[in-house]
Write a protein that binds this ligand. Structure first.
Ligand code: PTJ
Length: 267
């Protein structure tokens, strides 16, 4: 479907079309479409913008990735469909390895996702020939690479299922998650949970990597001063403030112009 540029929800519709096409191409699983809908619902509540605490977490993520000895970015079907080139740019900026790691794993799908990443400019993508298992995970998601997620000290896990995030934390890795759901097990277990939309978060982290790269003292300070519970608490305070605004707005009659001006209600 061709989405008209004038549509008020143009970007959201383009993202959906991209996911549906990726599903037809065997990159995304049907469950990935459901996961995206859940993410969209949270993004509505957050106002479809990066909130201040998320921006802080993105800067902290950049500082951790820069300081890592073996940083790895984990990619699944949704991430490949929505943000392959952003992942590749971030991996180059750090620099970090990329591993395709799937919940609904099949060798054919790993290969297809690897190709998507390669077309976006990635080299040396891991995932096809795993040589290790992440302890404590029953599913094929445990399959990993010693040079990749298994051996990493800092792992970025966007749109993750909670099991693996928890297992990676048990392995004493620094786990950075990107998940719009602050209640998910991933967000609750990650060392640095980023409560933001994937395609907004990745370029923000890349920008911070480039900024902090030349100021390692500041990068160390950013890491030191991060307080996970304070940051997540601020996300919930922001959400409470948003909901209060939405409550007030919805008490008044609907007006398209006012809704757009206030930016409280999605179109
Ligand atoms: O490709 P596979 O086989 O590895 O499977 C990928 C999915 C996404 C199906 C799998 O990892 C899964 O089931 O994930 P969950 O448990 O549904 O978690 C996905 C989380 O990502 C949910 O909490 C969503 O709210 C969130 N989410 C969805 N889309 C976005 C998002 N967060 C940030 N940006 C998004 N675009």
């Amino acid at each position: 479907m061709k989405v008209p540029k004038s549509h008020p929800r143009y970007e959201s519709l383009v993202r959906r079309e991209r996911l549906v096409k990726a599903w037809k191409d065997g990159i995304v699983v049907p469950e990935g479409l459901i996961a995206h809908g859940r993410g969209e619902a949270w993004d509505y509540l957050f106002g479809e913008e990066t909130n201040a605490p998320a921006l802080v977490a993105e800067r902290v993520a950049a500082a951790y990735l820069l300081a890592a000895a073996r940083p790895v970015l984990s990619v699944n079907g949704n991430v490949a469909a929505l943000a392959a080139s952003q992942v590749v740019r971030l991996a180059r900026a750090i620099p970090a390895r990329i591993e395709v790691n799937l919940f609904h794993r099949s060798t054919a799908r790993v290969r297809r996702i690897q190709r998507v990443l390669e077309r976006a400019g990635a080299g040396g993508v891991l995932g096809l020939h795993p040589n290790a298992r992440i302890p404590g995970i029953e599913s094929n998601r445990a399959l990993s690479h010693r040079d990749g997620v298994f051996g990493a000290d800092v792992v970025l896990v966007p749109l993750e299922d909670g099991d693996r995030a928890e297992a990676l934390v048990r392995m004493k890795k620094v786990v950075i998650s990107i998940d719009l759901n602050p209640l998910s097990r991933t967000s609750r277990h990650a060392t640095v949970p980023i409560i933001d939309e994937l395609t907004r978060a990745l370029p923000n982290i890349e920008k911070f990597v480039k900024e902090l790269e030349s100021d390692r003292r500041e990068a160390a300070r950013v890491k030191r001063s991060y307080r996970r519970s304070g940051n997540i608490g601020a996300v919930f305070s922001f959400l409470a403030w948003r909901l209060e605004g939405l409550r007030k707005d919805s008490a008044r009659p609907a007006s398209g112009a006012r809704r757009r001006k206030n930016r409280r209600l999605p179109d």
